[in-house]
Design a protein around this ligand. Sequence first.
Ligand code: ATP
Length: 350
Amino acid sequence: MSRNVKVSVQKVLKTFGTLAAADNIDLDILEGEFLTLLGASGCGKTTLMRMIAGFETVTSGKILIDGKDVTDLAPRQRNLGMVFQQYSLFPHMTIAENVSYGLRARRTNAAEITKRVAEMLDLVQLPHLAERKPPQLSGGQQQRVALARALAVRPSVLMLDEPLGALDQKLREQLQEELRRLHRETGSTFLFVTHDQEEALGLSDRIAVMKDGKIAQLASPDELYLRPANEYVADFIGKVTFIDGIYRAAAKHVTTGEGLAIPADLTLSDGPVRLVIRPENIHLTDDTEGASGKLVEIARQTGTTTYQVRLDGGQVVKSRHLGLSDAALRLGTSVRLRFDTCKLAYPLAA
Ligand code: ATP
């Protein structure tokens, strides 16, 4: 089923002096989708969001919301909800007053306000805190109130600018779940900004990976992971290792300068290529035929361990395993590696 376009960014340019913070961007955000702008600091994601919200003017180009040209409209005429990293609640107002703020500004009638505030506080599971004031709430609770306040006016689009940035890891994960649920239950269009790729992959229907004021790739999380459009995106999504070598389709492998043969099944012609290998596709093995190297780093994460191995040829690769690290493995231990068949590579100039 094709969905309506909610926000259409058309050839939008934003320059600050000689810098193009948004460089002729085209982007359609679909009705009801959770779209994330993802990129390193300074790539232009906040500038793009601020132009859609109306806090920043465009140098040229157009922005449409629900098919209507809003390029020259003030923020309050665009019916958007905003949530920022800083909770920005009004400290002297109660939670209920905070949530009703936008409705009162829109002169919604009192009965409707009472009903909507109760609905919103139920939605973020904080009905028992309605009469408290923001300083009496934890950071996570304040951010849920900020979400309730933004959603109360039934915005066309809810804009979230690094909303979980100030929270600790555990709370971030809780709030990520909460955001997914809010998105499902409200069916609203969410535009999310983050530099955290895990967060983007976990939350979004589609992700626009940005670099230097441009969209490097716009795709679903799976598509970005499986078919990154270029090396920049491949490197940004996950911790990949690039290995250069010569591809031979008949032999189904890539031979490296150090004589390593890595199994590969590529849609490229024979010749020099750069393989993109993910840590989950490199395994420690007992097979004495495996690529030989020495352990140079062991990093334990929750539920997984990542080993860094310096191959005999000098290149360092990462290998990720489920579970705890093997106690027999220490820095400097000689190990063997097995590579899964690699399906992703970019051609190199011969
Ligand atoms: P971060 O994650 O650090 O917020 P970002 O991807 O959101 O980064 P922007 O804040 O959009 O990036 O900035 C994009 C570029 O435009 C940066 O190089 C920034 O220095 C520049 N820039 C942003 N606002 C202004 C401004 N008002 N005047 C001049 N340059 C600006």
